[in-house]
Ligand binder design. Structure first.
Ligand code: KPL
Length: 308
């Protein structure tokens, strides 16, 4: 049975997943606040899937019900975006939220407590070259998992197993069900917190962080503090080798501009509050000191005063 997926936030990652789902035989509809004849057109280049894709577009203000919703907006846009389509969600609608940062799932649950919520994390690399042209710069791996299987939220055996709608996702390749998605999201946040704000402040590509000794020393201090917070929070599986993982990501993405630097260069808001801001708050709740992250946050607001 093929399902209909609505994509909220069809930027680089959203368009990539729209193309993958359409290739897997699912019906895909892009959601937008306004519509032009070009709205549903996407050209994908780079790694597969490549080609010209045409998707139907539906206005958020329309009324047709939404059964499966994939949210791939920026972290700070998730809640306003969800509010714009709440009237369209069918009673058993499935929400999949795949964004950077932490703390967003709790906000989604508070807004839409009755809906089943799945969280996603991806290492796919994609960026928007032009309005409708997406470069799939690097193939990555995607993990989805049930919000209710996160620590502190009651867990049942069935919730750890993947739902029926996941089969086409799995057929897209490099997509796995993760029964501890919270841990995966934490690790992604840890990597982003060690890389993204520094690249945005130094306005450098990721690789510079290991080439310049002063930048590398900053990366290492940030990693030390993240490790302390992660260990205090009970995330011991990856915390010990965080510095090695961060260096590996920097080297693998040496030629990339981080998403935060891209946001700064494009004059868009950044995800600093959902990444470093969240980390500093979590650290304070666990009584762990994070002076380097706090100083980075202060420097960030001084350098980019409109960033929250
Ligand atoms: O996820 C990333 C991002 O830019 O947001 C990294 C892994 C840092 C790659 O640039």
């Amino acid at each position: 049975m093929n399902r209909s997926w609505h994509i909220l936030g069809a930027g680089a990652i959203g368009s990539l997943f729209a193309a993958k789902l359409q290739n897997a035989g699912e019906q895909v509809v892009l959601l937008d606040h306004h519509q032009t004849p070009e709205s549903g057109r996407r050209s994908l280049t780079g790694e597969p899937p490549v080609g010209n894709f045409q998707f139907p577009v539906s206005l958020t203000t329309d009324t047709q019900p939404i059964d499966h919703l994939l949210v791939t907006t920026k972290s700070y846009a998730v809640i306003p975006a969800l509010r714009s389509v709440t009237h369209r969600l069918s009673s058993g609608a499935q929400l999949v939220v795949m964004v950077n940062g932490m703390g967003i799932a709790e906000q989604c649950k508070a807004l839409l407590p009755a809906f089943s919520l799945v969280l996603g994390s991806t290492t796919e690399g994609a960026f928007r070259e032009r309005k409708h042209t997406i470069v799939h710069a690097g193939t990555g791996i995607t993990h989805l998992g049930d919000y209710r299987t996160t620590p502190g939220v009651s867990r049942s055996h069935e919730q750890a197993a993947h739902p029926g709608w996941f089969a086409p996702w799995r057929s897209m390749g490099a997509c796995e069900w993760d029964s501890n998605i919270n841990d995966r999201l934490w690790l992604k946040l840890a990597i982003n917190a060690a890389i993204n704000p520094l690249t945005a402040l130094h306005q450098c590509k990721n690789g510079e962080l290991v080439r310049q000794p002063a930048y590398l020393a900053q990366v290492m201090s940030l990693c030390d503090e993240i490790q302390a917070v992660a260990l205090a929070a009970g995330n011991t599986a990856w915390a010990e080798d965080l510095p090695a993982r961060v260096i590996e990501v920097i080297e693998r993405t040496a030629n990339n501009r981080s998403s935060m630097l891209q946001d700064i260069l494009a004059g868009r808001p950044t995800e600093i509050n959902d990444i470093t801001g969240w980390l500093v708050k979590r650290a304070s709740a666990l009584s762990v000191a994070t002076p380097t992250h706090s100083a980075l946050l202060a420097k960030f607001s001084e350098t980019y005063p409109n960033q929250g």
